[in-house]
Design a protein around this ligand. Structure first.
Ligand code: CMP
Length: 140
């Protein structure tokens, strides 16, 4: 199985509830390695650009409002099959549907306030990592 990189966001609902450490513990316990990590406050343009693929969705405005409502923790994670493994660790988008033992089952509040984001494919992982990190920040 190939070593991959993926991109993660610990979203405002989780940061606000002091859950950064809990989420990072689940990530590290799963075997994923933190290559890069920082806390940032996105502005509207940054969040709109990140979620541009969803710009026609009815929830786009609320999603952007939420993502700029407070700081987030962005990271680049690395490991075998990292993209799929991290998506499995996060669980279903809607926490109500997320399997036991997943981040969203443990901490997610609703489909919007779902505590974390992870890339869905190799191309989006590369784009998303580069959207937040320079190569010289991938130090882990
Ligand atoms: P994420 O994996 O970051 O990808 C897009 C985000 O949009 C998703 O997590 C949710 O936070 C949000 N989202 C997806 N579907 C809905 C929905 N039906 N209503 C509100 N927010 C949604």
């Amino acid at each position: 199985m190939a070593i991959e990189k993926t991109f993660s966001i610990i979203k405002p609902d989780a940061v606000e509830r002091n859950l950064i450490g809990d989420v990072v513990k689940m990530i590290q316990d799963s075997g994923l390695k933190v290559k890069a990590m920082k806390m940032i406050q996105m502005d509207r343009a940054k969040a709109e650009g990140f979620y541009a693929v969803h710009s026609e969705r009815p929830f786009f405005g609320e999603l952007v409002d939420y993502m700029i409502s407070g700081p987030v923790v962005v990271s680049c994670l690395e490991g075998e099959n990292a993209i799929e493994n991290y998506r499995n660790l996060m669980g279903a988008t809607n926490p109500a549907d997320a399997a036991e033992g997943t981040i969203r089952a443990a901490f997610g509040q609703d489909i919007q306030n779902n505590s974390c984001h992870g890339s869905d494919a190799p191309e989006t992982a590369a784009t998303e990592i580069a959207y937040f990190f320079n190569d010289d920040e991938l130090v882990g």
